[in-house]
Design a protein around this ligand. Structure first.
Ligand code: GAL
Length: 133
């Protein structure tokens, strides 16, 4: 069910990986994927997939405020009416994100320690088929 919110037992660590499969409805405006610290509400990685303006905005929300957005993409694999597979891997220095088997972007860690990231949240217009970590 969406909004999806799951505890990540023990938090993240280098090589931690989540895979998710979703379907984007024809009427979708957008959805978010958040890796967060539940006790503070901080977002270590916020991915905002916006169908209406075909962007994928990445940011962090730390100490009560948004940081600088990252928006560059080699392609945009998120389309209304389509399924997608996504993989997010936490590395030592950055997250690496792949969609449909292709590298989409990296995101240098702004929040540390990554072990304190303990929740995966997915709100918005998406049908979640599968989430595994
Ligand atoms: C804001 C938006 C937030 C978040 C943020 C990312 O405009 O309201 O939900 O996506 O951008 O920088």
């Amino acid at each position: 069910p969406v909004p999806y919110e799951e505890n990540i037992p023990g938090g993240l660590y280098p090589k931690w990986t989540v895979t998710l499969r979703g379907y984007i409805p024809e009427w979708a405006q957008g959805f978010d994927i958040n890796l967060q610290k539940s006790s503070s509400g901080e977002l270590a990685l916020h991915i905002s997939i916006r169908l209406h303006d075909r962007t994928v905005v990445r940011n962090s929300h730390l100490k009560g405020g948004w940081g600088e957005e990252e928006r560059g993409l080699p392609m945009n694999p998120f389309q209304r009416g389509q399924y997608f597979d996504m993989l997010i891997r936490c590395g030592n220095d950055r997250f690496k994100v792949f969609v449909n088997g292709r590298h989409l972007f990296n995101y240098n860690h702004r929040f540390r320690p990554v072990e304190e990231v303990d929740t995966l949240g997915i709100p918005g217009d998406i049908v979640l088929i599968n989430v595994q970590f």
